[in-house]
Design a protein around this ligand. Structure first.
Ligand SMILES: Cc1cc2nc3c(=O)[nH]c(=O)nc-3n(C[C@H](O)[C@H](O)[C@H](O)COP(=O)(O)OP(=O)(O)OC[C@H]3O[C@@H](n4cnc5c(N)ncnc54)[C@H](O)[C@@H]3O)c2cc1C
Length: 322
């Protein structure tokens, strides 16, 4: 059930989940099903990575094409059917060590005995011109997800690190031609990847080249680039995969309560537990994590189980197979 912030402030919940993408929503399905009072705070439908996915075909059990938005809506409905409550608000600060734990948003102050952080990694700073309007229509952040839609087409990848190079290599399986744009004068990827991409006959590597913008009205038709020391020019491509600055984990409301990497990601143990008892983290905001819906959902299930154990006083957090 969707409720107003004032209503959510009236009680101390068993579980507060920050984020309602596949990670947070799945956690809510499990905690609510376990009869734990569950509040999910999220920034609204359409705000997470899942909601930006226009065509999902790799979520198990759903062979037909589905939008991320629809998939997330179904997860919300499922969690709500078990009694989870959803409130729309943006969390700004948290107190993870207090009992109960608390989180403050733009509109409310929420309390719970345990917290599951599931706010994703769509915190990338600046976008390039034209990018926002064409997400899902030629702009992508995931070749693993969308690469097959570009069979025999010309695509570009922007980024200079391992992830960008690996994704560019993956795209060579589908695309006719792949342009890799690195802002830096050299690639900052592992040497074997640099060697592989540099010698690949489908790939053109553009070093010291900035992505200035994405061109297209209803779908991507090209990108504007500027090689260092030269003028701007346009490359005709039908897809551009952007890995600039990574996808920044949204964990600013955690401050220094939890250790975060330079990029803001959170490390967890096998049951998604953080270093603070009763606080769990799941989904795209984790370090070294495969950013996929099914993984995020699996994380959510694990964290829900661990939260249930924390609340019932059974602190043994080992997975069941131990
Ligand atoms: C364009 C695109 C296409 C993709 N395609 C696929 C695909 O085909 N298959 C696949 O498996 N994966 C795909 N992915 C990856 C997949 O979407 C992510 O791995 C997955 O959504 C991660 O789930 P999550 O719950 O961790 O985060 P998200 O889905 O990003 O959800 C984050 C949630 O946190 C909330 N939130 C953020 N900040 C706050 C805050 N301060 N306060 C409260 N709430 C907050 C948001 O409102 C949102 O509800 C795609 C991603 C993109 C961007």
């Amino acid at each position: 059930m969707s409720i107003e912030p004032e209503q959510a402030m009236e009680q101390v919940y068993d579980v507060l989940i920050i984020g309602a993408g596949p990670a947070g929503s799945t956690a809510a399905i499990y905690t609510a099903r376990a009869e734990l009072s569950t509040l999910v705070v999220h920034r609204g439908l359409g705000t997470g990575a899942a909601s930006m996915a226009e065509r999902i075909v790799n979520y198990p059990g759903i062979p037909e094409e589905i939008t991320g938005d629809e998939l997330v809506r179904r997860m919300h409905a499922q969690a709500e059917s078990f009694g989870a409550q959803f409130v729309q608000d943006a969390i700004l600060t948290t107190d993870l060590k207090s009992e109960p734990k608390s989180a403050s948003g733009n509109q409310g102050y929420y309390r719970a005995r345990s917290i599951i952080i599931a706010s994703g990694a769509m915190g990338r700073g600046e976008q390039v011109a034209g990018e926002e309007n064409l997400v899902g229509r030629g702009v992508s952040y995931c070749a693993t997800c969308d690469g097959a839609f570009y069979r025999d087409e010309v695509v570009a990848v922007a980024g200079n690190h391992n992830e960008a190079v690996e994704e560019a290599l993956l795209l060579t399986r589908f695309a006719r031609e792949v342009h890799l744009l690195a802002q830096t004068p050299e690639l900052r990827a592992d040497p074997h990847l640099v060697q592989e991409i540099s010698s690949h006959d489908k790939v053109t590597v553009h070093l010291a080249t900035r992505l200035l913008g994405v061109v297209g009205d209803d779908e991507v038709t090209g990108i504007r680039i500027r090689p260092r020391g030269q003028g701007e020019r346009t490359l005709d491509v039908s897809g551009v995969f952007i890995y600039l600055q990574g996808r920044v984990p949204i964990t600013d409301f955690v401050d220094d309560q939890l250790e975060r990497s330079e990029t803001g990601c959170i490390q967890v143990g096998p049951m998604m537990e953080t270093t603070i008892p009763g606080v769990f983290a799941v989904g795209d905001l984790l370090c070294n994590h495969l950013k996929q819906l099914v993984v995020a959902a699996g994380d959510g299930a694990m964290a829900a189980r661990a939260a249930e154990r924390h609340i019932s006083g059974r602190e043994r957090l080992q997975p069941d197979w131990h």
